[in-house]
Design a protein around this ligand. Structure first.
Ligand SMILES: [Zn+2]
Length: 472
């Protein structure tokens, strides 16, 4: 009977040599930490998740010190194997995706399920999690710490307590692999494809010559494997960060100090503003990486496969209007128009609010792309006029026949009432204060109300970074 039980148990247990990324992908929902549900969580939401693990037999939780403003910073340790893997998250306070993913990993590791897999893994690896490294920055959703120091430029001088903790743990454990986990600008594209980057990687250089030793090569090989995995879920949306050596950065120095370091940057995905899908991909990548290090799988990948990952290149707009004929007093010109949204951040979970858009580039943008791209070939693009009367309230404007006014070429309205910028940003036209002139167009840094016209008829209006049909 005992033998039968063991056999059954074997069949139910997935060996670290037999798992594949889809297994982690499928399981993620089950372990997703529900206390973290958007990008704006704070220390008071993260610390309880860490303290919950204090009594768990498989975790060691140690208080490593405090941030500048006195918030606790903890190290979580799991496993007892020879491969020491160090993961630090959110050294930039407004880059939270990986913190959510490691909380999900803790839920998986602390659960009662898949004990065979976990026991096998714990024999091979020791995991060190240093999560939420910049809690003071996260409190106000900013990159830098409370001294306004960029922790990722403090690896040598070590003036911030957060930086000293990060370095001290490395020196104490001498990890074989390190994961430097960030979020990057939403405006990186993959090479010259114009496709927004969802995930970017880097095996940072350890010297100005960007040489490759075994430490860096191992990071490259592991990234080649992670690229293959993540391409399954976000094909074409993966890139490689510039490897120029930054003497003050942690990733570069970790590599120099002998820890094979993998930088992972969460980018952007349309319809995933809170990065919950990217969080899931992070869970899949990090768990797959841990297993790969445990069983040596990454050694089957090549530096060449790493080098082939396209370059991460700032080349993305929120809205790109291509190939239209822009009709100006000076004449007609084929000009692509690239707009980016503007936003403000509020305290707490109110998060980010759109406040409009601005034109950031004009001309031949054929090597660029966007989250929303429209081909305006065959259309004239015309700067809208100002409606001659002043409206006292937004309500009176909205109850007027504004749609008819748009159809006859008016896209700016003077309004006496002051309304919040995020309310303005939702409108299919632009609001001006009484006495304000229409902004010039094209003008970098400014938004414009524009019409797309075909056969003498206005079909669309472009305002606040969005394109609206006005035919209904
Ligand atoms: Zn960062």
């Amino acid at each position: 009977m005992r033998k039968l039980f063991s056999l059954t148990f074997l069949f139910l247990t997935i060996s670290i040599y037999a798992q594949d990324p889809s297994w982690f992908y499928e399981m993620h929902d089950q372990y997703k930490e529900t206390a973290l549900y958007d990008r704006f969580f704070k220390y008071t939401e993260v610390e309880p998740l860490i303290l919950d693990l204090q009594d768990h037999p498989d975790f060691e939780v140690s208080l490593e010190g405090q941030s500048v403003q006195g918030r606790n910073i903890y190290l979580l340790k799991w496993g007892h194997g020879p491969e020491v893997i160090y993961m630090w998250t959110q050294m930039h306070g407004d880059e939270p995706t990986a913190t959510m993913a490691v909380a999900d990993i803790w839920n998986f590791l602390s659960s009662e399920e898949q004990t065979g897999f976990k026991e096998e893994l714990a024999e091979k690896v020791t995991l060190l999690f240093l999560p939420f490294l910049n809690p003071d920055g996260a409190e106000v959703f900013k990159r830098r710490n409370a001294l306004d120091v960029d922790l990722n430029r403090d690896a040598l001088r070590l003036q911030s307590p957060e930086s000293r903790i990060l370095k001290d743990i490395r020196d104490r454990y001498n990890p074989s692999f390190g994961f430097n986990l960030h979020d990057q600008s939403l405006y990186y594209g993959a090479g010259h494809t114009g496709v927004p980057v969802a995930i970017a990687f880097l095996a940072p250089a350890y010297n100005m010559e960007r040489e490759v030793n075994e430490v860096r090569l191992n990071a490259m090989k592991l990234i080649a494997q992670l690229n293959e995995i993540v391409q399954e879920y976000v094909p074409g949306k993966v890139a490689k960060f510039n490897d120029a050596f930054e003497p003050r950065a942690f990733g570069d120095n970790m590599q120099r100090w002998g820890t094979s370091t993998v930088l992972i940057e969460s980018g952007g995905l349309l319809d995933d503003p809170e990065k919950q899908y990217l969080r899931k991909l992070h869970f899949v990548m990090l768990m797959s990486a841990i297993v790969s290090i445990a069983n040596g799988d990454y050694q089957h990948y090549s530096r060449e496969a790493y080098e082939e990952i396209p370059a991460n290149r700032i080349s993305i707009f929120d809205l790109l209007i291509k190939n239209g004929v822009v009709s100006l007093p000076e004449g007609d010109f084929i000009l692509d128009l690239g707009f980016r949204s503007t936003a403000v951040f509020s305290d707490g979970h109110q998060g980010q609010r759109q406040t409009g858009a601005r034109l950031v580039d004009v001309g031949d943008l054929s090597t660029f792309g966007g989250y929303r791209v429209y081909d305006a070939e065959g259309y004239y693009i015309v700067h809208a006029a100002i409606w001659p009367e002043i409206f006292s309230t937004l309500e009176s404007l909205l109850s007027s026949d504004w749609r008819e006014k748009l159809k006859t070429g008016y896209g700016y309205f003077h309004l006496e009432e002051e309304i919040p910028s995020d309310v303005k940003a939702e409108l299919p036209f632009l609001i001006l204060q009484p006495g304000m002139e229409r902004p010039s167009f094209p003008a970098i840094g400014y938004d414009a109300a524009l019409f797309m016209q075909k056969d003498g008829e206005i079909r669309y209006v472009i305002a606040n970074g969005a394109m609206h049909s006005i035919q209904q």
